[in-house]
Structures are given as C-alpha cells and as structure tokens.
Design a protein around this ligand. Structure first.
Ligand SMILES: CC(C)(COP(=O)(O)OP(=O)(O)OC[C@H]1O[C@@H](n2cnc3c(N)ncnc32)[C@H](O)[C@@H]1OP(=O)(O)O)[C@@H](O)C(=O)NCCC(=O)NCCS
Length: 179
C-alpha cells in the first residue's frame, strides 16, 4: 500500500490530510457553490453536514489506501481553499481538484497539481497519473497543460456531470507517465 505524505508544502500552499473540522470551510469555499461544482461528478452540497460526510469518507479512503485527498490551504493562514485527490487504481493515479471561486486564476491549482505529480514521480508504485476534464472546462485543461501533463485524446460521452443535466459529456484525457 502507498504511504503518501500527510503534508506537502509548496511555495504558497500547504496540502494536508483533511480534518472533519474542515467541513464548514469546504462547504463555504466550494462544495456549496454551484459554479465551483459545475464540472464535478457530485451534486452541489446543500448543507455543511454533507461536506462532513464527504470528509469522513475521505479519511476512511485514505486509511484504506484507496483515495488520498489533500486539503489545499494557503501557507501561514491554514485556511482551506480547495481539495486535490489521487484515486489509486493499480499502478495508476487518477487526479481531481477544485478550488473556491475566490482563489481562481492565481496559479494555485497548477501549484497543487505539480506538487502531487512531483510526489507521484518519487513513488515507485506509480507509473501513470491521469485525469479528465469536460472539453469545455478550459481552466482545468490549462492547469493540466501548465503542470506538464499531455493531452492524450477525447473520451466521447465519458462522464456524467450531475450539476449539468446528468448527460454524458465529452472529456479530454490528460496523463503524466514515468520514463
Ligand atoms: C479548474 C480550477 C481548479 C483551476 O484553478 P486555478 O487555480 O484557477 O488554476 P490556475 O490559476 O493554476 O490556472 C488557470 C488557467 O486557466 C485559464 N483560464 C481560466 N478560465 C479560463 C477560461 N474560461 N477559458 C480559458 N482559459 C481559462 C487561466 O487564464 C489560467 O491559465 P494561464 O496561467 O495560462 O493564464 C478552478 O477553476 C476550479 O476549481 N474550477 C471548478 C472545479 C473544476 O472544474 N475542477 C476540475 C475538474 S476536471
């Protein structure tokens, strides 16, 4: 089983294992925001108890080595502004990320993703890191490009986004491989 670091520091951010106590910040920053959750695979939360349920599951998934989620915090303040996770599937990691709208376009997602890729590079059990985004989610595609991932193609009708009508949408597949 992989044992990723519970904390990863970058120039401006601290990625850390989340706490149940982060529920209010998670709800306020992004989970309760229809705009921030538009291109995510789960429905916008209606109350912070749903964020608490998610965090309880995330901690269980970490314990079991299934999914590693890091709360994205601003260095110094400790304030949670987003989340990035790595889902384990054999030698592959599938990445997802989100930031609160107030923090978009400052390079934070690129900084967080680059840090997770850097860790994955050093992890000998990992051979491929990949992620998808809706073809119209230009900001997310740009983040993956800036972090050095390569676009491999378009996966047609690949994913259902419940906040966007629940129909399967085309996605770009990006990946980073070793060697
Ligand atoms: C996608 C997301 C994580 C990006 O976070 P971020 O911290 O703003 O990303 P960065 O600042 O590192 O980079 C964003 C890039 O996208 C560009 N961008 C932003 N909005 C854009 C748009 N509508 N069209 C084209 N490019 C856009 C920015 O200009 C920037 O590129 P640049 O540095 O070349 O100027 C954030 O928008 C978010 O949380 N969105 C909602 C959740 C989501 O979609 N998650 C990804 C699911 S696949």
């Amino acid at each position: 089983m992989m044992h990723p670091p519970e904390q990863i520091a970058t120039g401006r951010l601290l990625l850390r294992k989340p706490l149940i106590e982060d529920a209010d910040a998670v709800f306020r920053e992004y989970a309760g925001d229809p705009e921030a959750t538009k291109y995510l695979t789960w429905k916008t939360d209606e109350e912070s108890s749903q964020a608490a349920d998610y965090l309880r599951k995330a901690l269980c998934d970490w314990q079991e080595g299934r999914i590693f989620s890091w709360a994205i915090c601003l260095q110094g303040s400790g304030r949670v502004i987003g989340m990035i996770d790595a889902r384990v599937d054999g030698y592959m990691l599938n990445i997802g990320y989100v930031l609160g709208r107030a923090h978009w376009n400052k390079g934070y997602a690129t900084e967080a993703l680059s840090a997770v890729l850097h860790w994955a590079d050093a992890e000998e059990d990992v051979g491929r890191v990949w992620a998808v985004c809706a073809v119209e989610n230009h900001a997310s595609a740009r983040v993956m490009e800036k972090a050095g991932m390569k676009r491999e193609g378009t996966l047609r009708h690949w994913m259902v986004f419940p906040n966007l009508g629940g129909v399967p949408m085309d996605c770009y597949c990006y990946a980073h491989v070793k060697g």
